[in-house]
Ligand binder design. Sequence first.
Ligand SMILES: [Zn+2]
Length: 387
Amino acid sequence: MKGKFGNTTPFLHQLSFVLIVWIMLDSLFLLDMAGRHDMSYRKREMYGDDSLVTLLFAGDVMGHKPQVDAAYDRATGQYDYSDCFRYVEPYIQSADFACANLEVTLGGPPYTGYPCFSSPDALLFEVQNTGFDLLFTANNHVLDRGKKGVERTIKMLDSVGMPHAGSYVDSISCDTSYPIIMDVKGLKVGFINATYGTNGIKEKAPNVVNKLDTVQMARNLERLDEMGADLKVAVLHWGNEYELKGNKSQLRCAQSLVNHGADLIIGGHPHVVQNADTIFNASGEPIVLYYSLGNFISNQQKLETKGGIMVKVTVNRFTGHVEATEYIPYFVFIGTIHGKHQYYVVPCVPYLNGAYDFSLPKHDSTLLHTEYNAISRRLSNFTQSTE
Ligand SMILES: [Zn+2]
């Protein structure tokens, strides 16, 4: 066709092609939006309109021999840890989901502390009663009681219905249950968990302990995507003991995981609270990296090892986006409260605000205050909980 605008046929063909592509793209986009809307709607119907969920991360649950002794009740002949976590329990209970690193084996008697940890099962029962929903076992003490210790720990965790990640009886069990996804009010939170090593002890076949292997961890993050995770968290056992700052090789490892899709990185092992960093993923989004939360409970005596933090992460349930993070500092007090000698995890802010019905001895009160100030300075770029 040739008209007053010249040969319009090629132009019309181009126009119709553009229109068809536009309509196709548009309908795909609409379908996608409808699908997402539908999913959000269903989640809202199931879980109410509250779009936020909170995840709480605690550090290393240690079990030195004096802790075991303090838990022993002569009257009953039983072990009882029931007062250790009473002051942090409200934080753990009020979170939608809570997890920690179990850095002892439940290897059965004789119960032993450092260097080869085996704690009474009562420790697990109390951790569970406190409100933890998932425990990590990839740490340098997982092989402290050898194959029997690995297997008995897993058996105990399974027997009380406590989800766990990090070590496995064999590769079949690892392949079928790792990486792990937890459903937190409709939000699918995926976890990978690995350790730098196992104190020079090699696991005996067919046991498996997850190691800090960036290629393997990248593969597991990919696997979490395939499994439909909304949020991917790397919980890592790493770093230099007693150093107050994360190091360059950790930063490189973290960056590699973030490049492969990790949305949050939480570390442990150094026995002290380390600094935290914000790093960026491939889309330029900020990702929070806490190098080390410190001991959750221990008999360590140096001041920096008595302080620790829990990290509370607020996530949008519908988008999987991390909306906020804040840390809750605490101090491990070893002594007597209300007539009972025990190990107590005491949150610093309420203690300093006079919210509790006890006072620590003056020496410990001063230590708590000093350590609180030190942690606050170390994490000055991050938000501290006011509760
Ligand atoms: Zn460790």
